[in-house]
Design a protein around this ligand. Structure first.
Ligand SMILES: [Cu+2]
Length: 338
């Protein structure tokens, strides 16, 4: 699958390929070559990643919901329809978990808008309990989503998308840890003006499952299903920039880290900058903390990622990147080592 993005003149100016003076400004050839290379992001196909309990973590990974776009009074409105539901997730061969969730998936849809857009979320609660949608970001108190919406009723949340960054939404009905632990959370991305440079973009949300209701998590997962990306590695292209939108929604454990093997990532804290804040191979995240990580792999093969709380990693929060070349060939020696 090849994603192409059409560039506007303002993008060229932002990339420094056109001066403010516009056409006629000189463009150096190497710059132009890099520009056209950057235009097409090549995402390797994955054929052996089946859905589980009606949701597919491999699809969720790169699935961005930009809403239904409307123009109202000269501005862009993005409208989303979100339904709270109850469904059973098969977490592994032995464990079925009754999940409360948004649109039948854990995490809920990744809501993605541009800074300054008007966001309108039509929220329908069919979950069987009172729920709500509380968005992070800046908005009026009336839109803060802490008022319980009774089962069988609906409400509309509407606000301006500010500020740009990597945000989150979740149910805020008490006890919140239980509602979040059941799966009522999702990523909320506000893109900066002009966007970010082209990359293979993906979302990972770390979640925990208290399956016997003892106040502790017994299982953990990236994007809903424990060990999914361990058993179905995420194929990424050699030397191609990966932009990972990472969110920690694990309740009941005070902190998780995220560790990337055999690499160093650039970290954009809360996605609030276009320049990296630091570089590392491990970042510490409290509940609801989220960051943008950028990296690429030069060498083919299979590389792990997981929280470095290894007890948590070994209870389902572990995955692999499979770095493949342009023909789809992956590495050999050591590629299956854990
Ligand atoms: Cu709830």
């Amino acid at each position: 699958m090849v994603q192409k993005r059409i560039y506007q003149r303002r993008d060229l100016i932002r990339l420094g390929l056109l001066g403010g003076a516009g056409v006629g400004a000189g463009i150096a050839l190497p710059q132009l070559v890099r520009y056209f290379q950057a235009q097409s992001i090549d995402i390797p196909t994955t054929t052996d990643a089946p859905p589980i309990s009606g949701m597919n973590p491999m699809t969720i990974l790169r699935d961005f919901d930009r809403g239904t776009v409307k123009q109202e009074n000269g501005r862009t409105v993005r409208e989303f329809r979100i339904e709270a539901t109850t469904s059973t997730l098969q977490l592994n061969s032995a464990v079925n978990f009754v999940s409360w969730n948004f649109n039948g998936r854990v995490p809920g849809p990744t809501i993605r808008v541009n800074a300054g857009d008007r966001v309108r979320v039509i929220f329908l609660n069919r979950g069987g309990h009172a729920h709500s949608m509380h968005f992070h970001g800046v908005h009026a108190a009336a839109m803060d989503g802490i008022r319980p919406i009774r089962n069988g009723t609906a409400t509309i949340y509407e606000f301006d998308a500010e500020p740009y960054g990597m945000h989150v939404y979740h149910c805020h009905v008490s006890p919140v840890a239980r509602h979040i632990g059941k799966g009522l959370y999702g990523a909320f991305i506000i893109d900066p003006p002009g966007g970010r440079p082209p990359a293979d973009e993906m979302v990972m949300v770390m979640g925990g499952f208290d399956i016997n209701e003892d106040g502790k998590n017994e299982l953990y997962a990236f994007n809903g299903i424990p060990n999914y990306y361990l058993e179905h590695p995420i194929r990424i292209r050699q030397n191609q920039l990966v932009r990972l939108y990472l969110l920690n929604m694990v309740e009941l454990d005070p902190v998780l880290t995220f560790h990337l093997h055999a690499n160093i990532f650039r970290l954009f804290r809360t996605g609030r900058s276009l320049q990296p804040d630091e570089e590392s191979d491990v970042v510490t995240m409290g509940t609801a903390e989220r960051h943008i990580l950028e990296f690429s792999y030069a060498l083919l093969g299979r590389y792990m990622f997981h929280p470095h709380q290894d007890v948590i990693a070994e209870k389902g929060c572990m995955g692999h990147f499979d770095v493949v070349d342009s023909t789809g060939r992956t590495g050999d020696a050591g590629s299956h080592a854990h």
